[in-house]
Design a protein around this ligand. Structure first.
Ligand SMILES: C[S@@+](CC[C@H](N)C(=O)[O-])C[C@H]1O[C@@H](n2cnc3c(N)ncnc32)[C@H](O)[C@@H]1O
Ligand code: SF4
Length: 455
């Protein structure tokens, strides 16, 4: 007897589809991205600051110092044990920069957001933190509902520090867990015992921070689904308001310290995806909403509400609720972001000091963005990254529409066409590759893929 069998058309598995589309892409915290910045003098920034504006600002203050270097870290930082010996001159420089910035402004501006990032802002001792806060207060008026946030390394947080930061005026705080497993922690030179992480969360809750965020990294060396599960169990126990779940950006050619991490020790793409998916399932089953590509927020938290209402925004600090606020960055490498101008400060600390000694703003690179095509692409990329759907006139974006069709064939987006208007909506599977979908509207990425992969 012969059996008639239909030809077997094997459907690619979700992981195969993700691997197929997972290429190096930017994180799209801006468009154009910082990679497109060109050398730029301080005058453009001074001209921008001189424009009258009644709108409040978001102020980013970079604190570059760390006591030791975590090998995975891609942030701009300076490792030093010198403490106040380096912090003293640094605070003087920041004071000078703030004076130059506000002297360029025709009126006193309000702040609706303030963020201290790093590096490690809690490298500063209590007196230094107070001095920096007071310096900022001298130059800006704080909105009554100012969102003031700070990034801290939990290794150096104690109870007085938690209360001190809250009393100063911070109402949001973020600390890195990365991975709670001792083997993984040792493999990346970042050892913070679980008991300390528990104590830190206890103090932050006791001090009544409105929102506590933790950072996790998926894809670290020696991380396995079993080990990562323990980290997720800890996170469920700590119940932060927000979670940033980053995919490890391993770029040893650009980041020399990452060369201490052997590529062979990294989990495979399949393991990495398994960990990301398990995290997604666990968190969404435990009262968190997935926001964008790498954030989770408790249902009812402001980021989750903004995501639902379509008012989520993205800037150099990641996802925010602050709408189209102008972003002013101070400190080395800090980026200021206005509708038509990006300006980035000197990367090198000595060069940053030199500019201020010479009495001018420390701008090193930047970009003026006036081209309407670029501005339109910016809003399309923002729509994908923040609202997870995008609408275009197909005749004007034919190539992009074709690319979206091939992503749709693999289930990453769903498409609708109506009278020449096309709309693409990111599917649950597609959320993992949000950046790849956004990159459809980025002509530079069509020429040459650059950035980091998900897996
Ligand atoms: C500027 S760091 C500040 C954190 C703070 N200094 C600490 O140590 O907890 C911000 C976060 O970026 C993430 N990060 C740093 N390097 C990364 C990389 N190569 N890939 C993915 N995430 C990274 C980490 O989760 C880290 O907590
Ligand atoms: S993760 Fe934090 S403490 Fe570690 S090197 Fe990076 S900025 Fe410094």
């Amino acid at each position: 007897m012969t059996s008639l069998s239909a030809p077997v058309t094997s459907k690619p598995s979700p992981i195969d589809l993700l691997l197929k589309h997972d290429k190096p892409v930017p994180r799209y915290t801006s468009y154009p991205t910082a990679a497109a910045f060109e050398p730029m003098g301080w005058q453009e920034m001074a001209d921008q600051l001189a424009r009258p504006s009644a709108h409040p600002l978001s102020l980013y203050v970079h604190v570059p110092f760390c006591r030791h270097a975590c090998w995975y870290c891609g942030c701009n930082r300076v490792t030093t044990q010198l403490g106040s010996k380096v912090v003293g001159p640094y605070l003087e420089a920041l004071t000078k920069e703030l004076e130059l910035v506000t002297a360029s402004m025709p009126q006193r501006r309000r702040l609706s957001q303030l963020h201290w990032g790093g590096g490690t802002p809690n490298y500063l001792n209590a007196a230094e933190q107070t001095l920096l806060w007071e310096t900022i207060s001298k130059h800006f008026d704080a909105d009554a509902d100012l969102e003031a946030s700070i990034e801290v390394n939990p290794e150096f947080v104690d109870r007085p520090q938690a209360f001190g930061l809250r009393q100063l005026g911070f109402n949001r705080i973020s600390f890195g867990i990365q991975d709670a497993d001792p083997t993984v922690q040792k493999a990346v030179n970042r050892v913070v015992p679980v008991d300390q992480l528990r104590r830190v969360m206890g103090w932050l809750r006791e001090a009544e921070f409105k929102s506590v965020n933790v950072d996790l990294i998926c894809g670290l060396p020696l991380q396995t689904p079993e080990r990562f599960r323990k980290t997720l169990d800890l996170v469920r126990e700590l119940r932060p308001d927000r979670i940033s779940l980053f995919s490890f950006a391993y770029l040893p050619e650009q980041l020399p310290l990452q060369r201490k991490i052997a590529a062979d020790d990294l989990p495979s793409p399949r393991e990495r995806l398994a960990m990301l998916e398990e995290a997604n399932q666990l968190l969404t089953a435990n009262g968190y909403e997935a926001i964008g590509m790498d954030h989770y927020a408790q249902v009812g938290e402001s980021l989750a509400i903004a995501a639902r209402q379509g008012s989520l925004h993205r800037n150099f600090q990641g996802y925010t609720t602050g709408g189209e606020l102008e972003l002013l960055g101070v400190g080395p490498t800090a980026i200021s972001q206005f509708t038509h101008l990006f300006a980035q400060n000197q990367r090198d600390l000595k060069a940053y000091y030199r500019c201020l000694e010479m009495g001018h703003l420390p701008t090193e690179r930047g970009l003026m963005v006036r081209d309407p095509d670029v501005l339109e692409r910016r809003s399309l990329i923002q729509a994908v990254m923040c609202r997870f759907k995008v609408e275009v006139e197909i005749a004007r974006f034919q190539e992009e529409w074709e690319d979206l069709k091939s992503l749709a064939a693999d289930g990453l987006v769903t498409l609708d066409e109506h009278q020449g208007q096309g709309s693409a909506r990111v599917t649950t599977e597609g959320r993992w590759l949000l950046r790849t979908i956004a990159a459809v509207f980025d002509p530079q990425q069509r020429q040459r893929a650059s950035g980091s992969r998900l897996l």
